[in-house]
Design a protein around this ligand. Structure first.
Ligand code: FEO
Ligand code: CA
Ligand code: CA
Ligand code: CA
Length: 819
């Protein structure tokens, strides 16, 4: 864009010959300016995002004679203002026969200048207060020293820099103006050489070489150009994504066959679960594609061999006909949220595994009271198991193992303990496609949503974990070992996992009514409390740490943990270390109006739809956060408050329901996924952006599920609050209200989807998001969504089946997403 004036001829005899002068470049430039009239006008330094358009330097030759032979002058343009994360373009202008034009930074937080010559760009850095960055533009005459000019860019702290996306019921993933969506890996896409494109008519097989269904948590692991682990790479990486479940109807030509299930149908459904590892490549300027034949690509399915580690490994609880010593495992299932370690491995979390198992009525009489109690407490009560997989064969253990009924003489003869093989956090080394994933039993067994790992110098590792069922708990695992920075780049990554994830203390949270909290250790001793009898449960007595790890819910009951409104994702603010926990919802049939507690304080009705059908309890959910005392992962006490309450801002009581003051620009319901921007870019620094994803059925009369961006404050930025639940009062602690400046809707998904899974490239300029189960309420003969085929605004044929897919979101001007 910059125009360099062409050489004409010498006219004034001003030939500089001393190119070793000690005069400062600034004084040289000043002299030249003083000798000549202002030669250029217009802004030379512009911020594209701030100005909303590109105002690149105009060559403002005023006719004074800008191409005087040999004389060179430069202009760096006027000063501008912008905010963190935005693209700034510096354009210098040169008059005369200038050469080697270029920019360098003189003051301010160092930024990386992209490009060369007279026009360069950079991303405005994170700042705590308005900060000036001074840049110098220089060019050399044919003979003589360089001449320079400077410009100042004033950078303000990060703000949400997009227009809120409105409620939407359309079959499109809606993003703010100025952003683009690229559809990446979809259900069925081939991820090995020679595998055919997905027909999407129910005929496809080979899902151990295709992308699975129900995209959930995801993480981008960077790769260098040479294919080695590189946590700073924003142009090539391995996408690790969970495939939580299936929409069965769309996987077969005419929906699923009745039980007994055809083996091929059951195998397809099983292999659609698990985890995928796929290489993603930026083809230039964030034009992302995936590499079908990458040697890194991998499917981990419910049939992939695993090994057990930690206190329960090798215990009688894990013995099956497949794992006669209780150390081997086979596969992972219902992989929901995730965790990422500091040594470049992925944690996939087994959530609602219980429903896949069948247990026949006659089994109850064959169980000990303790076993029966454990099976019930963990929800292993189905008589068919999800999708009736156990009916697909009477001999092939890939199918018979989904029947947990006692059929043999000993545990090594059947799969009575197969349910104990699930409900764990599983560590995967994404960079080694032949590695055997490891189930980390020290982190407990329950409906594991996610496992946010907090690593801080000089501290033990902390892993924060929700158990997603109504009335379940928040857990924390603290390693015995203190973090050693050298482990971050160890090559035997799973061995590092052994060090930090196999030995430590598991805690469960009690949220006290006074805004404090206590971490209650779940450590076996002969005096560890018994789980008292209640309802259909007899008293449960623990026998070992392995017992506590397998029957973690009972152990948490026994010590008096606080029941929560379905704990979903956990995530930590990378700057403050505060931990956020989404609580997706509860209902009155589970938790009556008198069943609130300080951390789960609301009970109300959110009327839905034209008929105002009742949704009672806490149908919209909330987000609690905590700050460890002393800011250490190993603290045993903390402070908490409720960061945000979900609500339907249109019809909610503003005092007792819409406590956070949501509006139609930021109202949401049933928070699930939660994520903080990476600390490697301006959106994750100083006041980091938090991202909130919803898995909702309550506000869906007004809008599909969504992703919001927030700039949260901190624990204690609000105060004490009393909620009046239809005459029953509940005291609690709430955070500062939401505002248009600190909470804004960024994305609304297509029909009947859930937004789940989120990560960004280290530079923050691509955001990856999972779109799970669009059209989940439809059928193969009448799909209710056609996404992603509808993403371009077209209307696909009525028969086109929807597909879960991962999307890449980029900002058209190349800036950091959200800022
Ligand atoms: Fe799989 Fe709790 O969401
Ligand atoms: Ca409503
Ligand atoms: Ca979830
Ligand atoms: Ca959910």
């Amino acid at each position: 864009m910059t125009e360099m004036n062409p050489v004409t001829a010498y006219t004034d005899g001003d030939v500089d010959t001393n190119d070793t002068t000690q005069r400062s470049l600034e004084s040289m430039a000043a002299e030249r300016y003083s000798r000549r009239n202002a030669m250029f006008r217009g802004a030379g330094a512009t911020t594209m995002a701030f100005m909303g358009t590109s105002l690149l330097a105009a060559c403002g030759d005023d006719g004074e004679g800008g191409s005087i032979g040999g004389a060179v002058s430069v202009s760096a343009g006027s000063s501008v203002a912008t905010s963190a994360g935005r693209v700034v373009t510096l354009t210098g202008t040169v008059s005369g026969n200038g050469q080697d034009a270029g920019w360098n930074q003189r003051t301010g937080p160092e930024v990386a200048l992209m490009g060369s010559g007279a026009t360069v760009t950079f991303i405005a850095p994170a700042v705590a207060a308005a900060t000036d960055l001074v840049f110098q533009f220089s060019a050399k005459p044919l003979i003589g020293e360089a001449v320079t000019a400077t410009t100042t860019v004033r950078v303000s702290p990060a703000v949400l820099g997009f227009t809120a996306v409105a409620h939407s019921l359309s079959d499109v993933a809606m993003v703010p103006e100025g952003y683009s969506v690229t559809i990446m890996t979809r259900l069925g896409d081939p991820i090995a050489a020679g595998v055919s494109a997905y027909a999407n008519d129910g005929s496809d097989a080979d899902f151990d070489k295709r992308i699975g269904d129900h995209h959930d948590a995801l993480h981008y692991f960077g790769l260098s150009a040479s294919g080695t682990p590189d946590r700073n790479s924003s142009t090539r990486g391995l996408m690790v994504q969970n495939h939580e479940n299936i929409t069965e109807t769309y996987l077969h030509p005419a929906g699923p066959s009745a039980a007994p299930r055809p083996l091929a149908e059951a195998l397809k459904e099983i292999e659609c679960h698990g985890v995928s590892v796929v290489e993603y490549v930026d083809g230039g300027n964030r034009k992302w594609t995936y590499k079908q034949d990458s040697t890194f690509n991998r499917r981990i399915t419910p049939n992939t061999p695993m090994s057990f580690h930690g206190p329960a490994a090798g215990s009688a609880f894990l013995v099956t006909a497949y794992s006669k010593d209780g150390t081997a495992g086979r596969g992972t299932i219902n992989n929901c949220a995730n965790g990422v370690t500091g040594w470049k491995t992925n944690l996939t979390c087994e959530e609602n595994y219980a429903g896949y198992f069948r247990r026949d009525a006659a089994d109850d009489a064959k169980r000990t009271p303790a076993e029966l109690a454990s099976l019930r407490r963990n929800g292993i009560t189905s008589r068919s198991g999800n999708y009736s997989w156990s009916t697909a064969s009477s001999t092939d253990t890939r199918f018979t193992r989904w029947n947990a009924t006692i059929t043999g003489a000993a545990a090594t003869d059947d799969f009575r303990y197969e349910p104990n093989q699930y409900g764990w956090v599983v560590e995967i080394d994404p960079y080694n496609p032949t590695s055997t994933p490891r189930k980390r039993t020290a982190l407990g067994r329950f409906g594991h949503e996610g496992a946010f790992v907090r690593i801080a110098a000089g501290q033990k590792l902390g892993a924060y974990m929700g158990d997603d069922s109504r009335g379940e708990y928040l857990y924390k695992f603290v390693s015995n070992e203190t973090w050693a920075a050298a482990d971050a780049d160890a090559t035997d990554r799973l061995a590092v996992g052994d060090k930090y994830l196999d030995a430590g203390t598991l805690y469960v949270a009690r949220f006290n009514a006074d805004g404090t909290g206590t971490w209650l250790p779940l450590v076996y001793s002969p005096t560890f409390p018994k789980r008292p009898a209640s309802g259909t449960y007899p008293e449960y007595t623990f026998t070992s740490q392995a017992d506590i790890c397998v029957n973690t819910r009972f152990a948490a009951d026994a010590v008096g943990a606080t029941p929560m409104d379905r704990p979903e994702w956990t995530v930590g603010n990378p700057v403050t270390g505060e931990i956020y926990l989404t609580l997706t919802n509860s209902n009155n049939s589970f938790r009556p109006v008198t069943g609130t507690n300080a951390a789960n304080p609301r009970s109300y009705n959110d009327p839905k739809g034209p008929s105002n059908s009742a949704q009672t309890g806490n149908p919209n959910g909330h987000i609690v956060r905590l700050r460890e005392d002393g800011d250490t992962t190993s603290a045993t006490t903390f402070k908490w408050d409720i960061y945000l309450f979900g609500a339907d801002s249109t019809d909610a009581d503003p005092t007792n329901v819409n406590i956070s003051g949501l509006t139609t620009a930021n109202d949401f319901s049933s928070p699930d996924g939660a994520y903080f921007s990476r600390s490697t870019n301006p959106s994750g620094q100083i006041n980091p952006l938090m991202w909130i994803e919803t898995d909702d059925g309550a506000l869906t009369d007004r809008t599909n599920c969504m992703l919001l961006a927030a700039i949260p404050g901190h624990v204690g930025d609000g105060g004490a609050y009393t909620v009046n639940n239809a005459g029953n009062t509940q005291n609690t602690f709430v955070g500062a209200k939401a505002t248009a400046a600190n909470l804004r809707r960024f994305l609304v998904g297509p029909v009947e989807c859930e937004i789940t899974g989120i990560d960004q490239t280290p530079d923050g300029r691509t955001l990856f998001v999972g779109i799970q189960h669009p059209g989940e309420g439809g059928s193969y003969s009448a799909p209710t969504s056609h996404w992603p085929y509808s993403q371009d605004g077209s209307t696909p044929a009525a028969s086109v089946r929807p597909r879960s897919a991962l999307i890449a979101i980029t900002k058209n001007d190349g800036g950091v997403i959200g800022l």
